[in-house]
Design a protein around this ligand. Structure first.
Ligand SMILES: NC(=O)c1ccc[n+]([C@@H]2O[C@H](COP(=O)([O-])OP(=O)(O)OC[C@H]3O[C@@H](n4cnc5c(N)ncnc54)[C@H](OP(=O)(O)O)[C@@H]3O)[C@@H](O)[C@H]2O)c1
Length: 388
C-alpha cells in the first residue's frame, strides 16, 4: 500500500449512526461539481427537503468511485450533467435510527448525490444494513462489489470447483471478486494487477497467484509472478499504460500488441492449474485478450469495465476455436430487488470479516484533494468521504 504521510487517514470516525436531532439544519456542508472536469468545491448548501416517497438520509460515508469521476467529467454516455450538483452515486447513512446503504442518480440524471451531510433518497431504494456494520467498509465495497458479485455469480454463472482469472485484482472490483469467487467455492483464483500496490492488494485479498500485467525483470519467476516487492516497484512508477515503450519498438503496432498479448497469456496460463473456466474483466484491452486464451472450451469472459482500454485485440481464432462466451455486464440492468439482495449479501460477508477492500477515510472538507488523488490513483485504496 502507498505510504504517504501527508495523506494519512484521520482516526477512524465513530461507526454508530449519530443520535437524530429534531430536524435538519437550514444549511448543510456539501461537495459540489461546478464545472465538468474539475474537482468538487465544498460549500454550504440549503438542506434538501424530501418529497413524496422520499426519505432524508443523514449521510455517514460516501465513496469516490470511477463512475462519479466519469459522470463529473461530462463525457459519460449519460451526457453532460446539469451544474452545479452534489456528486456521489451511493452512500451509507442513517434514517430513523436505521443504518442504510443507498443509491442516487447523481451525474447520470437530475438530482444530488451522497457527498453531503444530507441526501434525499427514494424510500424503496434504501437497503438496511446490520446494525454493527462498518459504514466506511460498506461504502468502499458498494456498487463495485455488487458488480463483482453479480458478474461472477449471475452473468458469469460461477460454479463450485471452477478456476477464475480476475483482472484488475488491485481495484475494488478485483479485490471483491477474488474474495467473492472464493466464497462461491472457486477452486483456484489467479489475479493480474498493474501497479506494485495493486499486486499487493490482490495478494491481501487472497488470490492464489498474482501476475503483473507487464513483464518483470529477470529475477522474476517463469510466470512473472512477483518474488519481491522491490521487483514490482521497479515498474510501478512508469506512467505509460499497459506495457513497455511502444514508441521505442521498431515493429508495427499490431505486432507489438500481439507480442504483449502472447506474453501475458503465457504467464497467466502458467499460473493456472489448467484451463480456466471464467475471466472477470474490469480492464478490457490487452489484458482481456490475453486472459481469454487461458479459457477452456466454452469458457466465459465477463467484461464490466474498460479501465485499460475501450477496445480489445481479441482474435477470432481464440474465440471460435474454443467456442468462448464473451459477456457484458452493467449494474444498471439489475432490478431494485437484485441490487438490494446483493448489498445484503455483501453486508453479511463484510460484517462476518470475510469481505473487505482497501480504503481510506477522508473528511468531507478535503473532498477536492481526495477527488484528485482518486482520479490519479494516488491513494491506498478507495477513498471514502466521512460526511457525518
Ligand atoms: N459494469 C458495472 O456495473 C461496473 C460497476 C463498478 C465498476 N465498473 C468498472 O470497473 C472498473 C474497475 O472499477 P473499480 O471500482 O475496481 O475501480 P478502481 O478501484 O479504481 O480500480 C481500477 C483498477 O483498474 C486498474 N487500471 C487502471 N488503469 C489501468 C490500465 N491502463 N491498465 C491496466 N490496469 C489499469 C487499476 O490497477 P492498479 O490497482 O494496479 O492501479 C485498478 O486495478 C472501472 O472501469 C469501473 O468503471 C463497472
Amino acid at each position: 500500500m502507498n505510504d504517504r504521510p501527508a495523506h494519512q487517514p484521520p482516526a477512524q470516525p465513530s461507526r454508530r449512526p449519530p443520535a437524530q436531532p429534531p430536524g435538519p439544519p437550514p444549511v448543510q456542508p456539501a461537495a459540489q461539481i461546478t464545472a465538468c472536469g474539475q474537482p468538487p468545491v465544498v460549500t454550504g448548501r440549503r438542506s434538501p427537503v424530501p418529497g413524496a416517497g422520499q426519505e432524508l438520509v443523514r449521510v455517514l460515508a460516501a465513496p469516490i468511485t470511477p463512475l462519479d469521476l466519469l459522470c463529473a467529467s461530462g463525457t459519460s454516455y449519460f451526457g453532460t450533467p446539469a451544474l452545479p450538483y452534489v456528486p456521489g452515486v451511493q452512500g451509507v447513512g442513517s434514517v430513523g435510527g436505521r443504518l442504510v446503504w443507498f443509491p442516487t442518480p447523481a451525474g447520470m440524471a437530475a438530482g444530488d448525490g451522497s457527498m453531503a451531510g444530507l441526501a434525499v433518497v427514494r424510500g424503496e431504494d434504501l437497503v438496511d444494513l446490520p446494525a454493527d456494520s462498518d459504514p466506511f467498509a460498506m461504502a468502499a465495497l458498494g456498487l463495485s462489489a455488487v458488480a463483482a458479485y453479480m458478474a461472477l455469480t449471475w452473468r458469469g454463472e460461477l460454479a463450485r470447483g471452477e478456476q477464475v482469472v480476475v483482472l484488475g485484482g488491485g481495484g475494488v472490483v478485483g479485490q471483491a471478486a477474488i474474495q467473492l469467487a472464493r466464497l462461491a467455492g472457486a477452486r483456484r483464483v489467479v489475479a493480474a494487477a498493474r501497479s506494485a500496490d495493486g499486486i499487493q492488494r490482490a495478494r491481501s485479498a487472497g488470490a492464489d497467484a498474482v501476475i503483473p500485467l507487464r513483464p518483470v525483470a529477470a529475477t522474476s519467476t517463469a510466470t512473472g509472478a512477483v518474488d519481491s516487492r522491490s521487483d514490482a516497484r521497479a515498474h510501478a512508477d512508469d506512467p505509460r499504460p499497459d506495457a513497455e515503450a511502444v514508441a521505442d519498438d521498431p515493429r508495427p503496432d499490431a505486432q507489438v500488441v500481439a507480442r504483449k498479448v502472447d506474453d501475458l497469456a503465457r504467464r497467466l496460463a502458467a499460473a493456472c492449474d489448467g484451463p480456466a473456466d471464467l475471466v472477470l474483466d474490469p480492464l478490457y484491452g490487452i489484458p482481456a485478450a490475453a486472459a481469454a486464451r487461458t479459457l477452456r472450451e466454452g469458457g466465459r469472459l465477463v467484461n464490466l469495465g474498460g479501465s485499460a482500454s475501450e477496445t480489445c485485440p481479441l482474435d477470432s481464432a481464440t474465440l471460435r476455436s474454443r467456442s468462448l462466451r464473451v459477456l457484458g455486464y452493467t449494474n444498471n440492468e439489475l432490478t431494485r430487488e437484485q441490487r438490494a439482495a446483493a448489498i445484503t449479501y455483501l453486508a453479511q460477508q463484510s460484517a462476518a470479516g470475510r469481505l473487505r477492500v482497501a480504503h481510506e477515510v477522508v473528511p468531507l472538507a478535503e473532498a477536492a484533494d481526495a477527488w484528485q488523488r482518486q482520479a490519479s490513483g494516488a491513494t491506498s485504496g478507495r477513498i471514502v468521504l466521512h460526511t457525518g
